[in-house]
Design a protein around this ligand. Sequence first.
Ligand SMILES: [Zn+2]
Length: 203
Amino acid sequence: MEKHKLKNFVDSGLSTYQIADRVDKGQTTVRYWLKKYGLQTIYPQYRISGSAEEFWNWVDISEPDNCWQWKEARKGEYGKYRLDGRRMGAHRVAWELTNGPVPAGMEVCHRCDNPCCVNPAHLFVGTHQDNMMDAYIKGRIAPPPAFIKLGVENHSAKLTETDVKNIRARYSSGETQTSIAQDFPVSNQQISEIVRRKCWSHI
Ligand SMILES: [Zn+2]
């Protein structure tokens, strides 16, 4: 595609998805051109907005069991939608349009571990705790401190005994927990638990 043609699309405010649709190419191809020509589509969060009926126009509705991709989401990211002025995650909108308002304090979670999926059959509501637990079970996040029992005896442990000794030694010599956390596959919170011997206390 020629640069001036692509630039016209960008200048007229079309999204990557809309451009891909106009020229009958994939979004990946359009993103490649955009990068090549140093152009950028206007992509403020929640740019996509509308009514409940219009919402489904942005969904790649497929077989009932399959993931239904949010057309404007990048892989691994949540879709966003402004529903009648309310800024929401696209998956949350899909759940609400199917089931009614999300109860206070609850989150809409994915069974399929695909953030840009908005198939209502793949969504469930849970507490933040459930969501974190779910992410942990699927291996997306490190185990929350409460699940760390006795270090290596726990199969999900990401640290070795040597790591733990290292962490404590570095902390004792004055290094900050944040700085230490950068070198290990655990959070600041977990470093804090380790140096305070709230976990790995047997070492
Ligand atoms: Zn799905």
